[in-house]
Structures are given as C-alpha cells and as structure tokens.
Design a protein around this ligand. Structure first.
Ligand SMILES: C[S@@+](CC[C@H](N)C(=O)[O-])C[C@H]1O[C@@H](n2cnc3c(N)ncnc32)[C@H](O)[C@@H]1O
Length: 219
C-alpha cells in the first residue's frame, strides 16, 4: 500500500511538498555541510523524486538512491540523470556493497518502515568505518493534534481523493527509542534537533520531525 500510495503521488509530489513547505531535504543539506564533498559516495534511503539527493549531487558527490516506488524514481531520473537509482524495500536486505558509503541519508522515510531497527543495522553495514548516518523521523509529540498518535494514518488534505491508499500506517518514535536502537548497533549519536518538517494540509499545524546525526566509529 505504501508503494501504491507513492506511485500515485509521484506526479504531484514536488508540487505538493512545495505547497506544504517540506523542509526535510534542506535540513539534511544544512546538517551535512562538513561531512561530505566532491567524490564521496552518498546513499539516499527513500530517494523519492530526488529532493533529498539534489544538494549532494550539487556538491559533486556520487549518490545512490534506493526506493520502493518506480514512479517516484522515474521523476528523480528525469531531473537528475547522474543519480544512481535502485528499486529496493528498505525493510529487507539492501542491494548495496558493504562499507561503501561515506554518508547515508534519509528524509521522510523512517515513519513508513515496519523494521526501523533493521534500517539502522543495514545503514551500519553500508557505511565505511567513520561514516555518518543522517536521517529524519516523525516524532511522537504528546498533545499535538496529529503527532500524539504513535501509529497514525498517512493522511492530509491532499490524500482525500485516495483515502483508501492513505490508510497505511505511519509509525512515530521518540528520541529515547531511536537513540537506544542506534546505540545497540554501535552508532555514536553526534547531534539531534527538532525542526518543522511541513505544515499538515488538513489540520494546518506544523509537523515536527527530528533529525539525527550518528557516526559508525572508525575503529
Ligand atoms: C516522503 S517521501 C521522501 C522522498 C525524499 N527523500 C524527499 O525528502 O523528498 C518517502 C519515500 O520513501 C519511499 N519508501 C517508503 N517506504 C519504503 C520502503 N519500505 N522501502 C523503500 N522506499 C520506501 C517512498 O516510496 C517515497 O519515495
């Protein structure tokens, strides 16, 4: 259902995210300035139409994008001929070489996953020792009109015409939980901050994400 939803959304995604002030790709760009440069390899987990990958291509990085939705990746391909794209389910084994990437990024994807701990373990495998993982997650926020549900519908004003597709569940997490999962695999948590990721189009309230920077130790 997640794949069908994003296949449907692909043609509208860039327009829709502009309308709701989608800020996760620029948060990744901002928080990775000192991490990678020209010639480095970056793995974009849930690349979508390429919004999160674009700044890294702009810096001269080699970017490999994984995604479940061929339609989303077709949009990315049109905009970014230099992007390497591979269809993959992030809840399963990733078709990438171990210890090959200086940086793994992911924006707006973690809440879609059924195996968020497996994602962290697979990111560890994909990174070179000393490499970084920079990703966002949709945070559980008590008293928030939308984010006080730990498991909620992927829902917004935009989704109304296809409400049956938007019925898949998104999973919100706490910093405590995610930092515990990172530590269990051996990642060092270097930084985290909350930011306004977008404006919910039905409720017209800010949606808060957290961005996490973690490192696979060099030794
Ligand atoms: C909200 S979009 C984010 C796209 C892009 N990173 C951005 O910031 O604009 C979420 C993307 O994650 C992909 N996705 C969701 N669940 C996935 C899974 N289990 N495996 C691979 N991709 C997945 C969707 O197909 C979609 O392209």
């Amino acid at each position: 259902m997640v794949q069908a939803y994003f296949d449907w959304l692909a043609g509208y995604y860039d327009e829709a995210t502009a309308a709701c002030a989608w800020a996760a790709p620029s948060a990744l760009d901002q928080d990775s300035q000192s991490l990678v440069g020209a010639g480095d390899w970056v793995l974009d987990l849930g690349v979508g139409t390429g919004q999160s990958a674009a700044p890294f291509l702009g810096r001269g990085c080699h970017v490999v994008g994984l995604d479940l939705s061929l339609a989303m990746m077709a949009e990315a391909r049109q905009k970014h001929p230099d992007l390497w794209l591979v269809r993959a389910d992030l809840d399963r084994t990733w078709p990438v070489r171990p210890a090959a990437f200086q940086l793994a990024i992911s924006a707006g994807v973690y809440e879609c996953l059924l195996d968020p701990q497996g994602f962290i373990a697979r990111a560890w495998e994909a990174l070179v020792p000393g490499g970084h993982l920079l990703f966002t997650f949709d945070e559980y926020v008590p008293d928030h009109p939308v984010q006080s549900e730990r498991v909620g519908r992927a829902d917004s004003g935009l989704d109304n015409p296809i409400a049956h597709l938007a019925g898949w569940k998104m999973h919100r997490h706490t910093l405590e939980l995610v930092s515990g999962w990172l530590a269990a695999v051996g990642f060092e948590l270097l930084a985290e901050r909350q930011f306004e990721a977008d404006i919910h189009s039905a409720f017209q309230v800010p949606i808060y994400y957290r961005i996490i920077l973690a490192r696979r130790p060099a030794g």
